[in-house]
Write a protein that binds this ligand. Structure first.
Ligand code: NAD
Length: 444
């Protein structure tokens, strides 16, 4: 039985995968280029916020099944299966994905492979990457063709990462063209994921290109769904209609469904924005750019929501931020995460600050990351402190804590009772009854 797994790149994806695989009974060795991250993980101290992950990490460490290193030699020596989980961010100033980290990881590992193994890519990559890496590995691994590559894209959501890893909707295995290698890779992956397959999780095999495309097309679909409802919000604003009601009515249609149909400030984070841009860039390289021109619109609708949010806040203040105080609730790109990569909330906060507003931000979990990303913003230790003396309050990330706020508590500390609900997360009637001037995106 395959027992010894390694996970290369232990960020949101890799740390979760490593801890969950150890929990399933495998011996796992995690590697990252970031020494501080490895030291913290090895001490059972999760370097980011993910609900429910720290106990799994600690259980793994205590059992002796989960260890961490920065040594590629140790990883190459140890692993029967190597999961590649390094980042694939957007290239600065371009739409394309930056594959530096994927190339560096594969390039560091391959020459050290002295025993047969399976390399399993989990990072989100442009179509064609797996085929290219398979060649690199075949050329530079001392075991040659005995180092087989598969692509197994990851669909986990931050905030639900443990559950998504242990109970995925489906498992997709992109396999090499050569039949013997493909059969071997499939057998090993079925063994690793056997508990999930036994639970009924669909296990689909495909060629590399299809597997890579499943991931980016899933993200393109989700981004499109969010931008669709936000485009409807724009029309609702023009027509004095209510997008929240519209969305609810649409959601009862089984063919449409209510998930990812919440109108508001739109998507952000370390995946959707950069993945749709990388998808457009790659389609362009392949001569299929026309197929994805709609994604440019999806991206633009999404960015327009941020601009609209700033406009609404400015309007509530009578047309200018100068000399005005703005309390911002939320910094993470979504609730239950401390991730502020391409966060709509921080973007809006920074834009208002740049226009002369005195902005104070509070987030239940993302304060450290937010401070690092936007050091010129002011931060407060609680929601009430963030909105103290504010002329307008902006709800930009829909944490449960904010949904449950009592308008009376805020009334006691703000300078003026103005609120813009960027996530359609509050009950307008409750706030209006408490004397607040409540506004939301896409609602009259
Ligand atoms: P992350 O930035 O949190 O983690 C990436 C890690 O890789 C970092 O810890 C970094 O230090 C490490 N790294 C970079 N170069 C390295 C190298 N050469 N050797 C070893 N380690 C190296 O990113 P993430 O959110 O975990 O995303 C990783 C990949 O997974 C991306 O392709 C992303 O698109 C994809 N993905 C992410 C999620 C998510 O929700 N975060 C979900 C599905 C897929």
């Amino acid at each position: 039985m395959t027992q010894r797994l390694t996970v290369i790149g232990t960020g949101y994806l890799g740390a979760t995968h490593a801890a969950c695989m150890a929990d399933l009974g495998f011996d796992v060795l995690g590697l990252d280029a970031d020494e501080d991250k490895i030291a913290r993980l090895a001490a059972g101290d999760l370097p980011f916020y993910e609900p429910g992950l720290e106990p799994v990490l600690r259980r793994g460490l205590e059992s002796g099944r989960l260890r961490f290193t920065t040594s590629y030699e140790e990883v190459a020596e140890f692993g029967d299966v190597h999961f590649l989980c390094v980042g694939t961010p957007q290239k600065p100033g371009e739409y394309a994905a930056d594959l530096t980290y994927v190339d560096a990881a594969a390039g560091a590992l391959a020459p050290l492979l002295h025993r047969p193994c399976l390399i399993v890519g989990k990072s989100t990559v442009p179509v064609g990457t797996a085929a290219r890496l398979a060649e690199t590995v075949a050329k530079s691994a001392p075991v040659g063709g005995d180092a087989v590559l598969a692509w197994n894209p990851e669909f986990l959501r931050e905030g639900f990462a443990v559950d998504d890893t242990l109970h995925p909707d489906r498992i997709v295995a992109g396999l090499p063209a050569e039949q013997g290698a493909a059969e071997h890779a499939e057998k090993v992956l079925r063994e690793i994921y056997r508990t999930m397959i036994a639970d009924g999780t669909p296990f689909l095999t495909a060629d590399y290109a299809t597997a890579e495309l499943v991931k980016v097309s899933a993200n393109a679909f989700l981004a499109t769904k969010i931008s669709f409802i936000n485009a409807m919000a724009e029309v609702c604003e023009a027509a004095h209609a209510d997008v929240a009601k519209l969305s609810e009515a649409l959601s009862y249609d089984d063919r449409i469904g209510g998930r990812f149909l919440g109108p508001g400030l739109g998507f952000g984070g370390g995946c959707l924005p950069k993945d749709i841009r990388a998808f457009m860039a790659r389609a362009g390289e392949l001569g299929a750019d026309q197929a994805l021109t709609f994604l440019r619109e999806v991206d633009e609708i999404n960015i327009r929501r941020r601009i609209r949010m700033v406009d609404l806040a400015r309007r509530q203040l009578g047309g200018s931020f100068a000399g005005r105080t703005v309390g911002v609730l939320g910094a993470a790109f979504k609730p239950n995460s401390d991730d502020v990569r391409d966060s709509p909330a921080l973007d809006v906060a920074a834009s208002i600050r740049a226009q002369g507003g005195a902005v104070t931000v509070y987030d239940p979990r993302a304060m450290d990351n937010a401070r690092r990303a936007q050091p010129s913003l002011a931060f407060a230790p609680s929601a009430l402190d963030a909105v103290r003396d504010a002329h307008v309050v902006l709800l930009l990330t829909e944490w449960q804590e904010f949904r449950e706020m009592d308008p009376a508590d805020l009334s006691a500390v703000v300078a003026e009772r103005n609120i813009v609900d960027g996530r359609n997360a509050l009950e307008p009637e409750q706030w209006r009854a408490a004397g607040w001037n409540y506004r939301a995106l896409g609602r009259p």
